[in-house]
Design a protein around this ligand. Structure first.
Ligand SMILES: [Fe+2]
Length: 251
């Protein structure tokens, strides 16, 4: 089965549209979304509507979603993120909030596991180091593990059969990864598709990935979108200027 994998949309409708159109063109049969649907950007309601309409969707909430529905303290957020959460709270309908409240921060299916940050602390811990990967392995039963939160396309897996070393690397565009074990199951591997709406790897293009569960392959793609249109909307609704500027640089 071919899955479109995406994360950290952050209310960026133009970037989300580019990604979903791309998935449509490729004929994906299911969707995997690792959370942070809202926050930062100017189109929370429209993004929620697009995501809710997806068929065969595996979806979890991220820290910005939880803060927006009052389930995570705002003390952990910087001033720009906090301003966007407070603004987003005023945009959502009761139905939008109910939808977010119905989502979990971690999800395990028969084929894969989803966690926004890490399986042991889904909304808050960033999976960025080999040590963190090793510590999180006991918290996962079904591999692969898909994560978001860091806004960077990343891979973590063991480099050897004895599990003495962890391989951790940035996923280049179109690089194909995820060989299976001899028995056909996925070995422990954590995959981050990068961020749709606010990439932080100095590449302003939207990031997403394709996971082919039949072949056992995962590949990241980057898609251009109308960044200037999103920046104009951010300014028009009065969100912090920094949130518009950072989209230019992929920061
Ligand atoms: Fe995020």
């Amino acid at each position: 089965m071919l899955y479109g994998v995406f994360s950290d949309v952050h209310s960026n409708l133009e970037a989300l549209t580019a990604v979903l159109d791309y998935f449509d063109d490729l004929g994906v049969e299911g969707y995997i979304c690792c959370g942070d649907l809202v926050g930062y950007g100017p189109d929370p309601v429209a993004c929620l509507e697009r995501i809710r309409a997806l068929k065969n969707l595996s979806l979890i909430v991220g820290n910005h979603d939880l803060a927006t529905i009052g389930r995570l303290e705002l003390d952990w957020f910087n001033q720009y993120a906090r301003a966007a959460v407070l603004w987003t709270q005023m945009q959502l309908s009761a139905g939008d909030r109910l939808f977010l409240e119905g989502l979990t921060a971690r999800l395990e299916t028969k084929q894969f596991t989803l966690a926004h940050g890490t399986p042991r602390n889904p909304p808050e811990e960033y999976l960025l180091s080999a040590g963190q990967f090793r510590d999180n392995v006991p918290h996962v039963r079904t591999w692969p593990l898909f994560v978001g939160h860091s806004h960077m396309p990343l891979l973590f897996r063991f480099a050897d059969a004895e599990r003495l070393q962890v391989e951790a690397h940035f996923l280049e565009e179109r690089e194909e990864v995820l060989p299976r074990e001899a028995d056909g199951r996925s070995a422990p591997v954590a995959l981050n598709p990068g961020s749709v709406g606010q990439p932080r790897d100095q590449d302003r293009r939207a990031a997403c990935a394709l996971y082919d569960s039949t072949k056992g392959t995962f590949r990241v793609f980057r898609l251009p979108y109308d960044v200037a249109a999103v920046q104009a909307k951010i300014r028009a609704v009065g969100l912090p200027e920094y949130l518009a500027l950072r989209l230019d640089y992929g920061q």
